[in-house]
Design a protein around this ligand. Sequence first.
Ligand SMILES: Cc1cn([C@H]2C[C@H](O)[C@@H](COP(=O)(O)OP(=O)(O)O[C@H]3O[C@@H](C)[C@H](O)[C@@H](O)[C@H]3O)O2)c(=O)[nH]c1=O
Length: 369
Amino acid sequence: MPASSIATPALLWDVFCRVIDNFGDIGVCWRLACNLAERGQRVRLWIDDTTALRWMAPDGHDGVEVAAWLAATSFPPPGDVVVEAFGCDPAPAFLAAMAAADRPPVWINLEYLSAEPYVERSHALASPQMSGPARGLAKWFFYPGFTAVTGGLLREPALSAEQAVFDRDAWLAAQGLGLRDGERLVSVFCYPGAPVDRLAASLAADGRPTLLATAPGAATGAVRAALATLGEPAALRQHPLPWLTQSGFDRLLWAADLNFVRGEDSWVRAQWAGRPFVWQAYPQDDGAHGPKIGAFLALSLATAAPDAAETIRDWTAAWNALDDPAAALPAWTPQALAATGAAARAWRDRLTGSADLVTRLLAFVREKR
Ligand SMILES: Cc1cn([C@H]2C[C@H](O)[C@@H](COP(=O)(O)OP(=O)(O)O[C@H]3O[C@@H](C)[C@H](O)[C@@H](O)[C@H]3O)O2)c(=O)[nH]c1=O
């Protein structure tokens, strides 16, 4: 029987999220909480900084209670499952209450996503607590991933159905993003330092009309500067976006002809969009992002047509500053967009053929309780 068809009783989940920087921590935790609630679970989401939820999820979500996680927070008794996101260390008093419970909760550490081989080796391993407030408990490592022996990827049960009824033109018009005849829509969400100037120069060079929809912050600033440097090319125009809700951001990715995404959660969402995308990994001082990018490209492009694979490889290398900045890059011609789009859809189909993260997590928790 597929794991998804096994009924799971409603459990109470405590999800802990510490906002380190950017929006990936809260973005992933919010998706997880909503995904759990959509499967009938009850979730308390403990966050040390809820600021980004004001734009990411202004309406909240049924079944998800957002709670402040401050130094002074006094916690209720732990629920049935505790998820700490990215090793964020729940409060010692809460850990002690977990250890003292008649039936201690299943304790999960949700890790970062990668396609590197260590993920398959490390997924579902236990870390027995030999000392400290949680002494005697085991913490389980849960690694998201792209293969059957990992924790999978966050994906809502209704995602494909929502995509099937998505009205691109109506949605774009409602955002003030009406496209002109034959205009390409390119969305950009990036870190400071992304070679936006190379993108703008490449798009300007082929003269096709292009609308660059840019996320607040680095993308909006860098695109504005790049267009000014190029002398405001007639074919390119920019639409600086406000922060969108998470579901609005997903729709932007469904609507665009080409997406530039970053980090973790927007990277996954670009994969669900099934549109050509270029991913900027979170840059790390020790260069750890290099192998992370290489592993993902090797896996996701393994069966792609050679021209599509080359376009994505070259642009990903450039976008992560891993190539010669003077090198020429493949143009985003209609043919290139069609080929990379076909590769993106084939990769998405491969991923949707296996169970999503929450289905796998529910099965894991059932086994450990
Ligand atoms: C641009 C935009 C993003 N979002 C959401 C989508 C995602 O959930 C979130 C952005 O998260 P990411 O794509 O992961 O990129 P990020 O760079 O913000 O987060 C990063 O934070 C670092 C600390 C981690 O180490 C990285 O792995 C990564 O998660 O913001 C919106 O909801 N609306 C928007 O308009």
